[in-house]
Design a protein around this ligand. Sequence first.
Ligand code: UDP
Length: 328
Amino acid sequence: MAILVTGGAGYIGSHTALYLQEKGEEVIILDNLEKGHEEAVLGTKLYRSDLRNEDVLDEIFRAHHISSVIHFAANSLVGESVEQPLEYYDNNVIGSYTLVKKMVEHGVKKIVFSSTAATYGEPKSIPILESDPTIPTNPYGETKLAIEKMLKWADEAYGLKSVCLRYFNAAGADPLGRIGEDHTPESHLIPIILQVALGQRENIKIFGDDYQTEDGSCVRDYIHVMDLAQAHYLALKKLEETNESGIYNLGNGTGFSVKQVIEVCRTITEKEIPAVITERRAGDPATLIASSQKAKEQLQWEPQYPNLEEIISHAWYWHQANPSGYKK
Ligand code: UDP
């Protein structure tokens, strides 16, 4: 039996695919390589196709004994989603709809879905619990929430069981340096800061320092990408054992401001890393910090790399060895 990983050539997908294989699982990857990288696919078969291509999904489900799906393939940038909401509805919602439709047709009844803290919007209280209200402040979060709801109804109607994992800020890289984080253009905080450290950018722009936080910059909960990978594996195991759907937050429960993250990067890289304050970025909540008690208790999830220094060290190790990312 194999696990289909959609978006398995992307950042979180590729780390999860690697982790699953290390646990002895057979993995098949579907990725259109729009954002993903062929070089990030290690030791497994890659179908290069868009999720909305029904024929390719039919082909995969016919050719392999797929027991379950882990679904990452999506557009995932908050700022971009505010500017191009229809792109997000098309790729994320229609893509997931096509996948779920084909799963139902082919009798595949287990899915782990890559969701996000952006489903909560501006939180009423911190840390955020899974039972808190979900009022997204941007189309990215809105599309992920729409997919969660589609999965809930698909469970009721067709018995398709799902675990939705709401990630906080994924960061870091494979500790052995085999794969890492590479987006073009890069928009995520830690890789951008490391590009400044490598001399590829002049400075890091802090998007607003007038938020209601201790130092005025936004606070986020950074979680190691390999700890996210572990959670996907455990979520699948839980689905296999209990056949029960669920929603789980994944974070470390500790918040770091943009300014604090820059400071830690300065320490790790031993570079100056100039920073400038600029305008706020559209759609950004001030503070996002997870309660992950539920995942710890019910999935037996235990983050291995909770420390921000270690997360940034692993990212720095990969960025130093691959200063142009996957491009040789
Ligand atoms: N951020 C920033 N400058 C940048 C990129 C990001 O100040 O060049 C901030 C951003 O506003 C947010 C935090 O860093 O508060 C994390 O942003 P990122 O895009 O990495 O992840 P997101 O929170 O959007 O998932």
